[in-house]
Design a binder for this molecule. Structure first.
Ligand SMILES: Cc1cc2nc3c(=O)[nH]c(=O)nc-3n(C[C@H](O)[C@H](O)[C@H](O)COP(=O)(O)OP(=O)(O)OC[C@H]3O[C@@H](n4cnc5c(N)ncnc54)[C@H](O)[C@@H]3O)c2cc1C
Ligand code: SF4
Length: 330
């Protein structure tokens, strides 16, 4: 690892001032992604600003019945928080499905949202990669792409976003808050990650030097009955090859409200709005659930090695929504 500077920030304005808009500076959360990438030579910051001592480590209720989550809350604390478990159970399940206990104790909410893709070409500096080195090409297209995106990808990049937490946050319309030298700002999660297009290296809509201060979960009564399901290649910790967060409210056999988001299928947590439109107002049956999945997945453009993701996601959606319906009937 090459030499770098290190400073610890004690307040938000100090952290923003320390970082400025210097492209050589990175904020350091738990370090569980950034430090690995520095060791591999993928990230080469000149300076780290450690944000773990900032007073952003609380989960609080908002007056309207939602939740405000600080950026330095650890994944473990987020998953264990009683209000998260009760009001957004799919969020707890998503966080607990990610990484290992030790990693979750270190990893922070801000860092989880901003973790980089696990595409093997991205982390191998001997290979070209449009995300790491714009304009150099995308070897995944003709090479290894078993876990690549099937939705919203481009010829420039087919990598998926690895966050489990982000999938539940997408289903529940989370809003990311941030601070810059010009003051605070916020971005709905739907606008937080930029579409890939031909600029896969520009991943978020955050202004340069922005410190993520946390996120706000709006009140969502439907979220109290929600679940997260993750398919992975082994039961021990592993990234998803497909996942979904779902919430369903069923009355008299008819879907009144529905939330659905997919993971490991796109460069960002994927809100399945086409599927939600099919679900709401329809009978809560397996046929409806399959039609909803098909509506979303009709836009899928898999590559030769990842066609399996289309039936995998279809089966996952039907199973998850069936489970939620049976649970509601009990
Ligand atoms: C072996 C292993 C398995 C894993 N498995 C999973 C998994 O199954 N599912 C999953 O979702 N994740 C998984 N992870 C990823 C893990 O969840 C992330 O590494 C972690 O969430 C990143 O959080 P961090 O606080 O350590 O971020 P850091 O590594 O500190 O930072 C990550 C990025 O976020 C930026 N950053 C951090 N905080 C802020 C802030 N407040 N404002 C602005 N920028 C900020 C950093 O500059 C950096 O670019 C795994 C990681 C490992 C090592
Ligand atoms: S899929 Fe994206 S991250 Fe992977 S090699 Fe191609 S450009 Fe790089």
């Amino acid at each position: 690892m090459r030499e770098f500077g290190y400073e610890r920030a004690l307040d938000v304005s100090g952290a923003v001032a320390l970082a400025g808009a210097d492209p050589e500076t990175r904020f350091l959360g738990g370090g569980t992604n950034l430090v690995d990438l520095m060791k591999a030579g993928v990230e080469r910051p000149g300076r780290l600003v450690d944000v773990t001592e900032l007073p952003l480590d609380r989960v609080e209720s908002t007056p309207d019945g939602g939740l405000r989550v600080g950026a330095t809350v650890t994944n473990s604390d987020l998953a264990a928080h009683p209000d998260v478990r009760r009001r957004y159970p799919a969020l707890t399940q998503a966080v607990l499905a990610g990484a290992s206990g030790q990693l979750r104790n270190m990893a922070t909410v801000g860092g989880n949202l901003l973790q980089r893709t696990r595409c093997g070409y991205f982390t191998d500096v001997t290979k070209p990669c449009n995300k790491r080195n714009p304009g150099s090409g995308c070897p995944a297209l003709a090479g290894e792409h078993r876990n690549a995106a099937i939705l919203g990808a481009s010829d420039a990049c087919v990598a998926v976003h690895p966050s489990d937490m982000g999938v539940a946050l997408a289903a529940f319309d989370a809003v990311v808050t941030y601070e810059t030298a010009d003051g605070p700002g916020e971005l709905p999660l739907a606008d937080f990650y930029r579409p890939v297009g031909d600029t896969p290296h520009l991943e978020t809509a955050l202004p340069a030097g922005a410190l993520v201060t946390g996120l706000v979960l709006p009140p969502a009564p439907v979220a109290a009955r929600s679940r997260y399901r993750k398919v992975r290649e082994r039961a021990s910790y592993a990234f998803a090859i497909g996942s979904a967060a779902a919430a369903l409210e069923v009355r008299d056999g008819v879907v009144q409200d529905a939330r659905l988001a997919f993971g490991a299928v796109a460069s960002r947590p994927w809100r399945a709005r086409a599927a939600e439109q099919v679900l709401i107002g329809a009978p809560a049956t397996g046929e409806t659930f399959a039609a909803a999945a098909d509506a979303e997945l009709s836009a899928a453009r898999p590559l030769p090695q990842n066609t399996y993701k289309v039936p995998l996601m279809r089966n996952l959606v039907v199973a998850l929504l069936t489970e939620l319906t049976e649970e509601a009937a009990r």
